[in-house]
Design a protein around this ligand. Structure first.
Ligand SMILES: NC(=O)c1ccc[n+]([C@@H]2O[C@H](COP(=O)([O-])OP(=O)(O)OC[C@H]3O[C@@H](n4cnc5c(N)ncnc54)[C@H](OP(=O)(O)O)[C@@H]3O)[C@@H](O)[C@H]2O)c1
Length: 244
């Protein structure tokens, strides 16, 4: 694998929200390409399970506060690759969300990415190679009426990343968002009944829900040197959702 453009041998990677779902699938794929991965989540048992399954280092941490990110950055050390991810903010319609819901979502979804990128950037810039990738959502293009906070803040994250991409491009650091469509994770199962999931299929040209490993593979590609000329992009990974 050494010297192969997809190889991540010798690279360190931090994946937040890495104990389950799309984050865990990303950890799996990065490990497969040879990266030295640190995964982070809040639940200690789930972190330990995910670390055992993947061979990654597991850290218990919470990215939804300034202190949580500072603690994490202190413990994780230098990282060549950041995959910024966490659970989605509180669901609900735009007019139903409280001030507290908006601010909580802002800390969890927006500031976590800003703080992590800011903290890890000096090393990436100094070595002239780095990757910042955030997991966002298909809702940046097509808002889902029931997740107002997510719709708004994912769009903010996307444009923050595009701005950051401009700043760090001369230093060999690429910055991209990956926007998932529907993937078979615990979260999806908790949001949709089996009947609702069946109904979703008619809106997906590929007529199936995605396998999280198909998502992780795209993130791993963006983390690799094979993607060296891709920056400032928001890549939709969704089986064609939205094109029909
Ligand atoms: N699955 C889909 O089809 C889909 C579609 C569109 C968008 N998305 C978005 O993609 C992201 C990942 O989705 P998923 O389905 O993989 O979610 P998931 O299965 O709920 O996994 C979320 C992960 O994030 C961790 N986490 C949550 N809050 C955290 C925090 N404050 N600090 C650190 N870790 C935290 C969770 O572990 P702990 O709870 O133990 O911390 C878990 O490891 C979410 O933001 C979701 O909204 C998913």
């Amino acid at each position: 694998m050494q010297n192969h453009i997809f190889s991540l041998e010798g690279k360190t990677a931090l994946v937040t929200g890495g104990s389950k779902g799309l984050g865990l699938a990303t950890v799996r794929q990065l490990e497969r390409l040879g990266a030295n991965v640190t995964l982070v989540a809040r639940n200690e048992l789930e972190v330990a399970k995910a670390a055992l399954e993947t061979g990654a280092r597991g850290l218990v941490g919470d990215v939804s506060s300034v202190q949580g990110v500072a603690d994490l950055l202190e413990r994780c050390g230098r990282m060549d690759i950041l995959v910024s991810n966490a659970g989605g903010p509180t669901p609900g319609k735009a007019l139903e969300m409280s001030e507290a819901d908006w601010y909580k979502g802002f800390e969890l979804t927006f500031m976590s990415t800003v703080r992590l990128a800011q903290g890890l950037m000096p090393h990436m810039q100094a070595q002239g190679w780095g990757r910042v990738i955030a997991i966002t959502s298909m809702t940046v293009e097509r808002p889902n009426p029931n997740i107002a906070v997510s719709n708004a803040l994912r769009a903010a994250v996307t444009n923050y990343l595009r701005t950051l991409a401009l700043e760090v491009a001369p230093h060999g650091v690429t910055v991209n968002a990956v926007a998932p469509g529907y993937f078979a994770t615990e979260r999806l199962n908790s949001l949709y009944s089996p009947e609702q999931k069946e109904n979703l299929l008619s809106s997906i040209p590929m007529s199936r829900i995605g396998d999280p490993d198909e998502f992780g593979a795209v993130v791993a590609f963006l983390a690799s040197s094979a993607s060296s000329y891709i920056t400032g992009q928001a890549l939709q990974v969704n089986g064609g959702f939205g094109i029909k």
